[in-house]
Every structure is written in structure tokens, then in C-alpha cells.
Design a protein around this ligand. Structure first.
Ligand SMILES: [Zn+2]
Length: 76
């Protein structure tokens, strides 16, 4: 299932909040790596958001891995 996007537009994931957004969109503040919401945030604040988002992504991946595999027996 491919979304009918204009060929010049690409669906990107925001580095700071993880939101999917289209880029470039005319008149939109979004940049290559940040959605319109995060593009207007002060850079140092956005850096913190990026760090937190990376952490959340890691934790989600870890959590998914834990759900797939049964936990190994403790001790024994
Ligand atoms: Zn964002």
C-alpha cells in the first residue's frame, strides 16, 4: 500500500518527537529532520527532546524484544 504522495515530497520522521511528516511542504516550518511543531522549538530544548526520543525508541525496542522471548529462568 503506497500513499499517493507527490513525487517531490517524502514522508519523514521527526527526530525530536517521532511524528511522521511530509517534507518539503510549501509554507510549512518543517525541516529535513524536524516536524513543523519541533522546528520552532529552541535548539537546546530540541536537543533534549531528541535525546529523550532516542531513549524512548530504545526502550520500545527492548520491550518488544522482551515480549517476543520468554524470560530465561532465573537461578537454576
Ligand atoms: Zn516533531
Amino acid at each position: 500500500m503506497t500513499a499517493p504522495l507527490a513525487s517531490a515530497q517524502r514522508l519523514r520522521t521527526c527526530r525530536a518527537c517521532g511524528k511522521k511528516f511530509e517534507y518539503p511542504v510549501k509554507g510549512n516550518a518543517a525541516t529535513r529532520h524536524h516536524c513543523a511543531d519541533c522546528a520552532v522549538i529552541a535548539e537546546d530544548t530540541r536537543k533534549v527532546l531528541e535525546r529523550l526520543h532516542t531513549r524512548v525508541t530504545q526502550l520500545e525496542r527492548q520491550w518488544q524484544r522482551l515480549q517476543e522471548k520468554p524470560t530465561p529462568p532465573v537461578g537454576a
